[in-house]
Design a protein around this ligand. Structure first.
Ligand SMILES: Cc1ncc(COP(=O)(O)O)c(C=O)c1O
Length: 400
């Protein structure tokens, strides 16, 4: 009996596939600093936790497929007050995480064999969602040397073919931290209109923009409203990754109506967690301001710490909480495994995500890792010390 070629073609997540090595290290008593995954150590809003503890219903029942009404109303309010965008309830589908919103978007817009254009490096799970939908990713490469700025827009336009259905952007970007400027967004929207394709923008890190940079949502461009899907989530904004509550937004009623069929097939998103997400949206905005200040502090700290390690270069992210670091090694995955399997520094080590899996093009990112600065600065300092010492030990080992 054979399993499908489709599933065999999937990649194991570069964020998670080294987990068995981390587990074994912990079993040996080694403390592992997890910089591999965007799981913040930041507390969820107290209001959200209280909502879980005081959930009033006696049955955890199915909810509506398009999401809890009170939560959708809260999302409309949030967009009006915080993003400056007027939405209607019917523009919104609550999804099981931003992940499901990305998958649903691809399923709704693309037929098997179609293509989507994505700047790389990119959020690696989009690769798997595209495979689920039998869609090909056509990459446009951005470079560490340019601090991962968007490549010339002509390069994107060159990639558009008769099979292209959408361009997918993520801003602020995981893994580069790049934020698309209003000018870039408008030019890309015009390009999408010229070629009659959609623009999907994943804005789950919208609140985390640093150095006083402001964020412009793709939903602000009314003239292009019909060709836009925006992806959102409570995972990172409210440090509620395990709640699995996301949002798909489009003013294209056809997109919402058709996508609702997918929502109905999976019945509903988690009921209690939607109740908690509602409480998070209603929490004082100071929560988000404090969290953003904390990430900015961490960004400053880790960029300085990494750049002080001989041979390491890294991007300076403008937003989100990730960066790509180039290491003085040939094969970052081999090094990441070494750090977990063969090394510790005072009983501690660090787990990073090899960056190769964040590129679609072959052989890019082999000497890079993606680092999530989701730990407090004290832990980040210890993690960077492990990295510094690990690189020395790895180099010494390679000499023999
Ligand atoms: C850019 C981006 N989009 C979507 C997601 C998935 O978020 P969710 O937990 O809402 O599924 C992530 C998770 O790391 C992400 O980095």
């Amino acid at each position: 009996m054979e399993i499908s070629n489709r599933i065999r073609g999937f990649q194991a997540s570069p964020i998670r596939r080294l987990s068995p090595y981390a587990r074994a290290a912990k079993e040996r008593g080694v403390k592992v600093y997890h910089l591999n995954i965007g799981q913040p150590d930041i507390r969820s809003p107290k209001e959200a936790i209280d909502a879980i503890h005081t959930y009033p219903n006696e049955i955890i029942a199915y909810g509506e497929s398009d999401g809890d009404l009170a939560l959708r109303e809260a999302v409309v309010r949030y967009y009006k007050d915080s993003v400056g965008v007027d939405l209607e309830l019917d523009d919104i589908l609550i999804t099981t995480g931003g992940s499901e919103a990305i998958l649903f978007s691809l399923m709704a817009l693309c037929d098997p064999g179609d293509e989507v254009i994505v700047p790389e490096p990119y959020y690696t799970n989009v690769h798997s969602f595209a495979r689920m939908a039998n869609v090909s990713i056509v990459p446009v490469t951005s470079l560490l040397d340019d601090n991962f700025a968007l490549p010339p827009l002509s390069m994107i336009e060159e990639r558009i073919t008769s099979k292209t259905r959408a361009i997918i952007l993520n801003s602020p970007n995981n893994p580069t931290g790049h934020i698309y400027s209003p000018k870039e967004l408008e030019t890309i929207l015009r390009m999408c209109a010229d070629h009659d394709i959609f623009l999907i923008v994943d804005e789950v890190y919208r609140e985390f923009c640093y150095d006083g940079k402001t964020f412009t949502s793709v939903l602000k461009y009314d003239d292009y409203a019909e060709r836009v899907i925006c992806i959102d989530s409570v995972s990172k904004r409210f440090s509620m990754c395990g709640a699995r509550v996301g949002v798909l937004i489009s003013r294209n009623r056809n997109v919402i109506r058709e996508t609702l069929k997918l929502s109905q097939a999976r019945l509903c998103s988690p009921t209690v967690e939607q109740y908690a997400a509602l409480a998070a949206f209603n929490a004082p905005v100071q929560y988000l301001l404090d969290v953003k200040a904390e990430y900015e502090k961490r960004r400053d700290f880790i960029v300085k710490a990494l750049q002080s390690i001989p041979g390491v270069r890294c991007s300076r992210p403008d937003g989100a909480f990730y960066l790509i670091a180039k290491l003085p090694v040939e094969d970052a995955e081999d090094f990441a495994i070494f750090m977990l399997r063969d090394f510790d520094y005072n009983g501690e080590t660090v787990m990073m995500a090899p960056a190769e899996g964040f590129y679609e093009s072959k052989d890019l990112g082999r000497d890079q890792v993606r680092i999530a600065y989701v730990l407090n600065t004290e832990d980040l300092g210890k993690a960077c010390a492990c990295l510094r010492e690990g690189l020395k030990a790895y180099k010494a080992k390679r000499r023999f």
